[in-house]
Design a protein around this ligand. Sequence first.
Ligand SMILES: [Zn+2]
Length: 145
Amino acid sequence: MADDLLFQFLRDHDAECSVCGYELRGLTTRVCPECGAEIELGVRATDPRLRIWIAGLITVSLPMGFFVIFLAFIGIALLVGVGAPPIGECWPMIAGVVVGAASIALLLVFRRRFRMLAKHTRFAIVGILNLAMVGLVSYQAWLIM
Ligand SMILES: [Zn+2]
């Protein structure tokens, strides 16, 4: 039955092998002739809701990583006794690490609940996180210049 549906679908539709990209239209076996992967007909969501969640993790962790590296350099400079910027000029970096760590923790803990939110809500949350982190990076750069 499943094979009948697979072959019936491939008789009339273009479909690529998900492993090698080989065009499977007209296929009459359950195996990709190019790479040997087993082929099956499946059902999946049109909106893989993890995309926005992953974008949220990247948008937060990338600037946070830069902040952590710069703060480590400043810490080393303070230990060695060479010139380091005063702590008052570093607060956006510290805030970025705190906001970033909290955001990553919340995204990881509430991943399932985040995925259930409406698309525009998920975009809004990631957009706000992005604006916050870009704002902190920009303000930090402006303080140091
Ligand atoms: Zn293949």
